[in-house]
Write a protein that binds this ligand. Sequence first.
Ligand code: SF4
Length: 426
Amino acid sequence: MSVTTAIQLVTRGEAATAGTGTCSPDLVRDPWAFDALPMPSYGPGASVHDQAPPATPRQGELPEDYRTASPEELDRRILAAKDTLGESVVILGHFYQRDEVVRYADFVGDSYQLARAATERSAARSIIFCGVHFMAETADILSTPEQSVILPNLAAGCSMADMADIDSVTECWEQLTALFGTGRDADGRRPVIPVTYMNSSAALKAFCGENGGIVCTSSNAAAVLQWAFERGRRVLFFPDQHLGRNTAKAMGVPLEQMPLWNPRRPWGGTDEQTLRDARVILWHGFCSVHRRFTVAQIEKARAEYPGVRVIVHPECPLPVVDAADASGSTDYIRKAIAAAAPGSTFAIGTEINMVNRLAAQYPEHTIFCLDPVICPCSTMYRIHPGYLAWVLEGLAEGRVLNRITVPDSVAVPARVALDRMLAVQP
Ligand code: SF4
C-alpha cells in the first residue's frame, strides 16, 4: 500500500494498525491546494512548521484539467506523453517520492545518483526531476547545455537547504575571515575550509568552489571532511548540523570543538575563543524529516522486536545515531537490507516513502519506520502525477515548463566544488 493510500485510510479512521496517525490532516489534500496560499509555505508534512523564506519559488496554478483528472486518466496521459517523447525525455525519481510518481521514473535513486544518471542519458533533451529544487539545480550543472531540467512543481524546495542562504553564509565567512585572516599556516593550511552538503543551493556550492571548499553527500562526508582537514585548520559545514556533527564525531573530533553557528545571533551565538579552538563550525540547519526520530522510538522498537536492527540516516540527531546499530545514506540503508539474511527485522529512521517501498520490495524481512506517525517530506510531497502529466504534455507540444536554469556565473564555480568531491576517494 502506498503512503498516499495509507494517509487516506488513517484520516478516515480505517487504518489496520492501531495507533497510527499522520502529522497533518492536510496531507489528504492535493498539493495544488497549497500553491495558491498568499505566502510561500512548505505545506503539510515534516516541514509544515518551518518558515519558508519570502523568496521561495512559487508554483502558479496547475491547469484545471490536471487538477480534476482521475488517477486513471492521469496515468493514461502520462504514459501517452512518455510514449510520444521516447528517448528525448528521462524521468528521475528520488527515493523519497510518493509511489504514484516513482512508478513513472526511468531511474530511482538519491540526489547524486540521479544527477549522474541524467548525465548518462545524453540522448534525453529533457530531464524531468521528480525531487526537490537543489537536486534539479545540480542536474542542470552536471548536464549538457542542450539538456533542459524540469521540476514539475516549483514549490518543491527543501526546508533544510533553505536554512543556509548565500547572504547569511557570506556574512559568516566575512566574520571568520576578519577573525582568522586569509593566510596559510606553516603547514600550508587555510584558516577555514567551507564544506556544503549536497542539499544546498547552487549558490552555496559556487561559494565553496570559489573559496577552496567542496561539496559532500551523506555517503562520502567522512572522506570529504578528511580532505578538508588536510587543507584547513577548521571546517565551516553547512547547512546540516547533524550530518556534520555525526560524521566529525565518528572521526574523533570532540564535541566541544564543534560549535554551532546560528546566523540569527551575533558571532553565530558563540565567541572568539570557541571559534579559534574549533575543528568544525556547524551551521544551525536540520532536516525536519530526520529530526522526528528519537531514542525513545529506538527503545520501543527494541522492546517490541528483540533482535531488530536499527539503521538511521546521518541527518538524525546525534543521540539517535548513537543509539542505533548503524547509520548511513539511503544507498547504505538499501544495501544493508538487500544483503541481510531472510527473516531479518529492520527499524529504519528515514523518510516514510522509502521505508514503505523497501518493506514492499523485501517481503521476506520485517521492515518498518521508527516513527509510527506518517509524516512524509513536505516538499517531496508537492510533486503529484498531475504536475508530471502537465510538464510531459507541455514537452510533447514543444513547450518547456518549469525549467530550472543555473547561470554560468554560478554553475562554473559550483562545478569546481562538485569536481573536487568527485576526485575524493572514499
Ligand atoms: S527529507 Fe529533509 S533534506 Fe531531504 S528534501 Fe526533505 S526536508 Fe530536504
